[in-house]
Every structure is written in structure tokens, then in C-alpha cells.
Design a protein around this ligand. Structure first.
Ligand SMILES: CC(C)(COP(=O)(O)OP(=O)(O)OC[C@H]1O[C@@H](n2cnc3c(N)ncnc32)[C@H](O)[C@@H]1OP(=O)(O)O)[C@@H](O)C(=O)NCCC(=O)NCCS
Length: 139
């Protein structure tokens, strides 16, 4: 069974393996935990059978008007079971008070996000692949 949590409390690097599929220079598991703890909102999908995180979504906000959804991923072996749908629904519920909710996605995912009432928009975006593994922890 899959259960959903909105905290990264008690997670270890062992629970969060396998994400960032296809990324040439992915964040480490330690860095992934920092992303989860540093986000304003997260929703995690957990496989009760083994305690493993099998899907996640996060948001960063200004606490007043704007929220941005940087990441959504479901592990390949768990895709197609509506876990991604549930993650987006739960996060959008949490972001309900916000005026602006933005995310950037590939063309192939426009239909997926339109199902949640998010219309297509134009975005400007920079991606610096040499920095894809994340900013090192500051001393
Ligand atoms: C996108 C993603 C999170 C969807 O997760 P999922 O749990 O497999 O999705 P669901 O089972 O909830 O799918 C719901 C519907 O969306 C469609 N869908 C799922 N992934 C899709 C994709 N990559 N492109 C287009 N449609 C997709 C499904 O076909 C399904 O349609 P149906 O209801 O007609 O069967 C998952 O494919 C993934 O992790 N992809 C790699 C990372 C990624 O692209 N993240 C998004 C960054 S913007």
C-alpha cells in the first residue's frame, strides 16, 4: 500500500534512492534530503512494504502570493499507478491560499498538468547543467 506524508522527518539516505532518473549530474541522496527539508511544502509517497519513498513533489513559496513547484517524480517501477496524480492533488490543496502557482514542464506533460486545472503559460527558464548536483552545504 502507498501512504502519503508531508514531512521528511525520520528519512535516511537509504529511503530516498533511485530518483533523478536520466539526470546527467544528479544530486546525491544527502543533497536530496536537503532539498526535501529546505522546501516549504512537500508530499511524499511511501511504499508501506519497505518504507521507501517512491514518489515526491515539492514547493517553495514566499509565504504571501507565490508558490513554485520545482520537482515531481515517481520511481519508474511505481509509475502508472496514479501516484503522481495524488502527489499533485495533495500539493495543490496545500497551496490553495496562494495567488500564483507556477511550474515548468516539457510539452509532453502539458496534458498531465491540465487535468489539475493548470493552464499552459509561457515561461523563461535557465538550466545550468554543471550545477545540477546542487549547491554544496555551507560551513
Ligand atoms: C510525470 C510522473 C510524475 C507521473 O507519475 P505517475 O504516477 O506515473 O502518473 P499517474 O499514474 O498519476 O498518471 C496519470 C495520467 O497522466 C499520464 N501521464 C503520466 N506520466 C506522463 C508523462 N510523462 N507524460 C504524459 N502523460 C503522462 C498517464 O498516462 C495517466 O493517464 P491516464 O489517467 O489516462 O491513464 C512520472 O511519469 C515521472 O516521474 N516522470 C519522470 C519525471 C518527470 O517528468 N517529472 C515531471 C517534471 S515537470
Amino acid at each position: 500500500m502507498i501512504t502519503y506524508k508531508d514531512t521528511s522527518k525520520d528519512l535516511t539516505t537509504d529511503n530516498v534512492r533511485g530518483f533523478f532518473v536520466g539526470w546527467p549530474n544528479p544530486p546525491s541522496e544527502e543533497t536530496f534530503l536537503r532539498i526535501l527539508t529546505g522546501s516549504d511544502e512537500i508530499v511524499l509517497a511511501i511504499d508501506d512494504a519497505n518504507g521507501r519513498v517512491v514518489g515526491f513533489i515539492n514547493a517553495i513559496t514566499d509565504g504571501v502570493l507565490a508558490a513554485y513547484i520545482p520537482l515531481l517524480e515517481v520511481l519508474p517501477e511505481y509509475q502508472g499507478r496514479k501516484i503522481g496524480t495524488e502527489l499533485v492533488k495533495r500539493l495543490l490543496d496545500k497551496l490553495e491560499p496562494y495567488y500564483m502557482i507556477d511550474l515548468v514542464c516539457n510539452d509532453s506533460l502539458v496534458g498531465f498538468y491540465e487535468r489539475f486545472g493548470l493552464p499552459r503559460a509561457t515561461a523563461m527558464a535557465a538550466r545550468r547543467f554543471d550545477r545540477q548536483s546542487g549547491i554544496a552545504r555551507r560551513a
